[in-house]
Design a binder for this molecule. Structure first.
Ligand code: ADP
Length: 304
């Protein structure tokens, strides 16, 4: 049984913006799945429809085999959603926010406080439990959102841009936490516009652009399709006139700088072992490939 199945999901907002043009998507149980796309692609609209905050025009949503139009109250017990906006009272204490949330799912006080303690300790918020939410940093508030979404132990956790605006250190620890709960059996779907985030976490991926899914595949096969890497190489001496290299595609940028393309079949060693390159005094090598941008260009132009 799938964790989620979307069929022919369509949405046009009242201002005539067509946000979804017929989305078909299945995410299997246990998966760690990325919904990747640029801003405005339709990712939040999909999550809004799944969590019944946005009305769809047509199509169906099934969560763990339960049709949301027929039985949303049961489907919702299987689902935890972490939205981008903080949706708790800033004046309540951290522990109260979490225990109150558990109450919405009919979880008794004792179980709720035990679960809250476990998650707060795991996400390094235990010593903040009695502070009002407004005293916490943005990253700490985001962790409260995650605990809120997990308190009823959902089978499926959906996170909308979980690390937007979160510093690098916290991003890594959030990634570790998400990988842990996925290992323990929770299916996770996250939206992101960072390819790096999807690459580090997810086994499967759908790429959405302009309200349509333009790719739905495994992370590995997607990465294999991404061909060349571009480097900018800076030298401490002037490059010779008409500089070029026999074994690589190069382009001179200025007198101390050129770009070099390494194809997917070549190794960094080819670069280091190249006789011509070894004659240059290299000061710096920078990978300048914007892989995400490249990927979008590739996928969208292929479709045209
Ligand atoms: P993403 O999450 O991928 O950034 P969204 O789902 O937020 O994309 O938006 C998809 C499209 O729908 C965008 O063009 C956006 O401007 C539009 N949109 C989103 N929410 C609304 C709304 N409440 N009213 C009108 N248009 C909206």
């Amino acid at each position: 049984m799938s964790a989620i199945t979307l069929k022919s999901l369509r949405k046009t907002y009242s201002n005539d913006v067509v946000a979804l043009k017929g989305i078909d998507l299945t995410v299997e149980r246990g998966d760690f799945f990325a919904l990747l796309g640029p801003n405005g692609a339709g990712k939040s609209t999909i999550i809004g429809i799944i969590s019944s905050l946005v009305n769809k025009d047509s199509g169906t949503v099934e969560i763990c085999g339960i049709n949301c139009d027929e039985n949303f109250s049961e489907a919702k017990t299987k689902l935890g959603v972490v939205n981008q906006e903080f949706n708790f009272s800033q004046f309540e204490s951290v522990i109260d926010i979490i225990v109150t949330q558990a109450g919405y799912y009919g979880i008794d006080f004792k179980t709720a406080t035990a679960r809250a303690e476990k998650h707060l300790k795991r996400l390094a918020l235990w010593d903040k439990r009695n502070d009002q939410a407004r005293m916490l940093s943005g990253g700490q508030k985001r962790r409260i959102m995650i605990i809120k979404a997990l308190i009823h132990e959902p089978d499926l956790l959906i996170l909308d841009e979980p690390t937007a605006g979160v510093d690098i250190e916290l991003r890594r620890s959030l990634w570790d936490f998400l990988l842990e709960i996925n290992n323990e059996g929770t299916t996770i779907i996250l939206t992101t516009h960072y390819l790096e985030e999807a690459e580090n976490l997810c086994r499967n991926i759908a790429i959405i652009d302009n309200g349509e899914i333009i790719k739905n595949t495994t992370m590995n096969s997607l990465l294999k399709q991404m061909d060349d890497q571009d480097f900018v190489i800076e030298t401490s001496e002037k490059l010779p006139t008409n500089f070029s290299l026999k074994n690589f595609k190069t382009e001179v940028i200025d007198e101390n700088k050129f770009s070099l393309t390494l194809s997917k079949d070549s190794y960094m060693n080819d670069l280091f072992n190249d006789r011509e390159i070894s004659h240059l005094k290299i000061k710096n090598i920078r990978n300048q490939t914007n892989r995400l941008e490249e990927l979008f260009i590739k996928l969208t132009t292929k479709d045209e």
